[in-house]
Design a protein around this ligand. Structure first.
Ligand SMILES: *Cc1c(COP(=O)(O)O)cnc(C)c1O
Length: 388
């Protein structure tokens, strides 16, 4: 079965639900058992059993099954946010005394968790160049238990060599985790490249409409058990309405992402030609340093990319962004709407300092017409010029 078909069919069972196309939204804490025997047998042995609301309901199962199918995983669990999914994945494989390697380009709250809570529990984290290949072997220590990847990084868009990183990690007895939020689980299949545990902020492309929080952890083989037990131990479950919205988002993810891909590349190409632009950080462009790896491992690009402007005064930047009509300014991404935020990676880098002069913007190309978006950007550059 191809991906687009899987996205539509996985985790649905209309004929056991009165023929209704979408799964019901089960609001539940208590689950009743008819007999003493059923009560005593009612342990949360696997993610499919319905024993207590926190462990999952048929609504959660529908989302988990659809997501597992999309990633090509054996199982998945859904959490209340992407951050909670990252925490679940990390705690599934780390113990006190372990060492963790994290890509320097990783999502900032991932770093915060590693440098704060993990550190206080005796787990040491060091950061590696996201461009690392064979040279990552030199960073492995005898107690390195996990290598964390995010490709491309959601601020600076470096594409990572996942097969090489996975091979080195495995040779050294470490597990590989990948944050696959950028690709939506549609354009990149990390398990096929050697990754062991995949996480995603379902909040972004899976939900797709900026109206719910969701995290997902997918695993294969031996890791399923560890992920499931860690999920149970942490107690971070998703609410039923958000689980419903997330599984519904998966049904349309293929068409939405293809459009994000198209519009993102159109905007990126237009920006490349603009005289005030130093560089566009988009792996789908021939000129991007990550282009060859992206072409090898990805089947498309999402709508999120960066653009580095020539140095811009605060006043000119404000004139530029305050007058935008279609692009909104705000965190998160992956919804139908376009976003643009000024960002500064320099404060969140330790392995490879960000030294580019100029103003970096992060753009999310939404589902609006690309010509209208370009007109909004064009006017913003004009305001920048007037204010300079
Ligand atoms: C947003 C994001 C997360 C966290 O997801 P939340 O649902 O906001 O907690 C994790 N990783 C990446 C790459 C993200 O962009």
């Amino acid at each position: 079965m191809k991906d687009d078909t899987r996205a539509v069919t996985a985790g649905r069972d209309p004929h056991n639900n009165h023929g209704i196309v979408n799964p019901p939204v089960y609001h539940a804490s208590t689950v009743l058992f008819p007999t003493l025997e059923a009560l005593q047998e009612g342990h949360a042995r696997n993610p499919r059993q319905v024993v207590y609301g926190r462990n999952g309901t048929p609504t959660t199962h529908s989302l988990q099954d659809a997501y597992a199918a999309l990633e090509g995983a054996d199982m998945a669990v859904a959490t209340g946010s992407g951050k909670a999914a990252i925490v679940t994945a990390l705690l599934s494989c780390l113990e006190s005394g372990d060492h963790l390697l994290v890509a320097d380009s990783a999502y900032l709250p991932t770093r915060t968790f590693a440098d704060g809570i993990l550190r206080s529990f005796g787990i040491e984290t060091s950061y590696y160049d996201p461009a690392a290949g064979e040279d990552l072997a030199a960073r492995m220590r005898p107690n390195t238990r996990a290598v964390y990847t995010e490709s491309p990084g959601s601020l600076t868009f470096e594409v990572q060599d996942l097969p090489t990183i996975s091979a080195i990690a495995h040779e050294n007895g470490a597990v590989v985790i990948n944050d696959n939020t950028w690709s939506g689980g549609y354009f990149l299949k990390p398990f096929d490249l050697g990754v062991d545990i995949v996480v995603q902020a379902g909040t972004k492309y899976i939900v797709g409409h900026s109206d719910a929080m969701c995290g997902l952890v997918a695993a294969r083989g031996a890791w399923c058990e560890r992920v499931w037990h860690t999920f149970l131990a942490l107690g971070n479950c998703i609410g039923p309405d958000d689980a419903y919205l997330a599984q519904r988002g998966i049904r349309t993810i293929a068409v939405r992402l293809r459009r994000h891909h198209e519009t993102g590349l159109r905007l990126a190409a237009w920006l490349c030609r603009h005289p005030d632009v130093v560089r566009v950080l988009h792996p789908g462009l021939d000129s991007d340093p990550g282009h060859a790896l992206w072409k090898r491992d990805f089947t498309g690009a999402s709508g999120l990319f960066g653009v580095l402007l020539a140095p811009t005064s605060r006043q000119a930047l404000a004139a530029m962004v305050d007058g935008l009509t279609l692009f909104g300014m705000g965190w998160s991404w992956g919804g139908y709407e376009s976003l643009l935020v000024p960002v500064d990676p320099s404060s969140s880098r330790t392995a490879v300092p960000w030294t580019e002069a100029g103003q970096l913007l992060r753009i999310h190309a939404g589902l609006e017409d690309a010509d209208d978006l370009i007109a909004d950007l064009d006017a913003a550059f004009e305001r920048r010029k007037q204010a300079s």
